[in-house]
Design a binder for this molecule. Structure first.
Ligand SMILES: [Zn+2]
Length: 189
């Protein structure tokens, strides 16, 4: 790679690829979990140099179990899993909100970054050529212990999966501080 090309790579892109190399997961690219196609936006991992390694480690820690589940789903259905939304930073949240999406500021999609310390990681996804309901039922039975929340969007044909909060928080913290949420949800839209 020539020097000018290296200089033109943004910090966000470099961070995304660094996360990818730390993850050591076979099939998923940074553009699937660190990037928004809709807004052509790489997530900003904004933090001081002092804590950048801690933030990256947390992102990897939360992404790894999610992507490992996606690898299992991929081999079960023998078809690619497409991740349509992963990490959302504050800018992306604002852009989605501005475009009319009513998304919670405490969504698990905002994770590892500083603006929602309670997010534990989530991915929206679908499997090419497989009805979302079938994937949802499979994930529900296969990953019951690992899942925090699993949502099937019937009309849009995609699934939201999040880590179990116990990956980060103690039972005491969960019951006293975090609002309880329903684990398995099917939406018509
Ligand atoms: Zn989602």
């Amino acid at each position: 790679m020539d020097e000018n090309k290296i200089k033109s790579i943004s910090l966000e892109t470099m961070q995304a690829y660094l996360i990818k190399s730390m993850l050591d997961i076979k099939h998923f690219a940074p553009k699937e979990y660190c990037y928004s196609v809709m807004f052509n936006h790489w997530v900003h991992i904004e933090c001081s140099e002092k804590i950048v390694d801690r933030v990256l480690r947390k992102l990897v820690y939360l992404l790894h179990p999610l992507l490992s589940m996606m690898e299992i789903v991929r081999s079960e259905f023998k078809s690619p899993v497409i991740i349509t939304s992963g990490i959302r930073d504050l800018e992306l949240w604002n852009m989605l909100y501005g475009a009319g999406y009513h998304i919670s500021p405490t969504t698990d999609h905002s994770f590892g970054l500083n603006y929602n310390p309670y997010g534990v990681g989530a991915l929206d996804h679908f499997v090419v050529g497989v009805p979302a309901k079938e994937v949802y039922e499979y994930e529900k039975s296969k990953f019951d212990k690992e899942i925090g929340q699993l949502i099937l969007y019937k009309k849009s044909q995609f699934i939201h999966i999040s880590n179990n909060r116990s990956i980060v928080f103690s039972d005491k913290f969960k019951s006293n501080i975090l609002k309880d949420h329903k684990k398995y949800i099917v939406w018509d839209y």
